[in-house]
Design a protein around this ligand. Structure first.
Ligand code: NAD
Length: 298
């Protein structure tokens, strides 16, 4: 048996097209474009690439993009003052502070300062609490994108056994909450989990968000499981390669021989993250402007 490849790139394209349609009708109703502000502190090359790509895709979807690039030695008070200005700016519907911040800055304090109505990354205590309570709110992009791929593949997830490997604030914990809300029986595994292969073997759904190249092997999987590989790991370059290959947290070829469907790396969960960010910004825009948006429209 060979598993189906879950094409996150194609799904993300479709989501971005829907976002663009709704962004156009939003502009007509609200008399302004939906706006997303991205704040980048310092000159980390990977973050620069992400921020440029976010800005480009925001504009391509017909939304306004506000980029704020601050020097690496920015003071905490100045960053907080910028977040306050963006909170107060009615043309800004979503605020994303690109993480990680330089070490001298208090990341938690900056995130907590973001108005929860504009928290498109879903990382403020209010957003996190609303997710835990099952209340509507903004949800972190990568786990929400992973859930969209799962629902697209499986329809109802009710009653399925799901194992999430990783318990980060950004991916593992919100992923587990989302699966619980879909009535899965959820296990969260992590670095201290005993006999991880045995835990994974129970799962109808495996979400790997670890950051360890090809940790999850084919013989850990229940035949027919659906595997969402969130990990993005760059291997050391092989002979003659300028850059090492990108691999996920799952041994892809092995998983393809056992599972029923697997997300590839790259081209699986990765493209979903920015598409969901744009979706979150547009959902926030509707709420902030009081423009109705049908439940589940995006
Ligand atoms: P993190 O380092 O914050 O968390 C990793 C988690 O894995 C921890 O909870 C830890 O307990 C667990 N873990 C570590 N070693 C383990 C082991 N041997 N066995 C079981 N669990 C173990 O990482 P994160 O931010 O959650 O990201 C995880 C991965 O997902 C990374 O590769 C990251 O690059 C990737 N990621 C991808 C996207 C995307 O857009 N696709 C977004 C965010 C993160």
């Amino acid at each position: 048996m060979t598993a189906a490849v879950i094409d996150g790139k194609a799904f993300a394209e479709g989501l971005r097209a829907r976002v663009a349609d709704y962004a156009a009708t939003f502009e007509q109703s609200a008399g302004r474009k939906a706006g997303l502000a991205v704040v980048l502190v310092g000159d980390d090359p990977a973050s620069q690439v992400y921020v440029a790509s976010k800005a480009r895709q925001t504009v391509a979807c017909g939304m306004a993009s506000f980029e704020h690039r601050l020097p690496a030695d920015t003071a905490q008070a100045d960053l907080i003052a910028l977040v306050d200005r963006l909170n107060a700016d009615a043309s800004v519907d979503g605020i994303l502070v690109q993480l990680p911040l330089p070490a001298h800055l208090d990341e938690q304090a900056v995130v907590e300062r973001i108005d929860p109505a504009k928290d498109v990354d879903g990382l403020t205590p209010i957003s996190t609490g609303r997710l835990a309570l099952g209340l509507p709110g903004l949800v972190p992009c990568t786990p929400l994108g992973s859930l969209m791929l799962l629902k697209d593949r499986l329809g109802s997830l009710s009653g399925l056994d799901a194992v999430v490997i990783g318990r980060s604030i950004l991916v593992g914990k919100p992923m587990a909450q989302l699966l619980l809300a879909e009535n899965c029986t959820v296990t969260i595994a992590h670095s201290r989990t005993r006999d991880l292969p045995d835990v994974v073997r129970r799962a109808d759904i495996v979400v790997a968000a670890v950051g360890r190249p090809e940790l999850v092997r084919g013989d850990w999987l229940k035949p027919g499981a659906v595997v969402i590989d969130v990990g993005i790991n760059r291997l050391p370059p092989a002979e003659g390669e300028a850059k090492g290959r990108l691999v996920g947290d799952v041994a892809y070829a092995e998983a393809m021989a056992v599972a029923s469907a697997v997300t590839p790396v790259p081209g699986g969960v990765g493209p979903m993250t920015i598409a969901v960010l744009l979706r979150n910004a547009l959902v926030a825009a509707h709420r902030n402007a009081g423009v109705p948006l049908a439940e589940g429209a995006l």
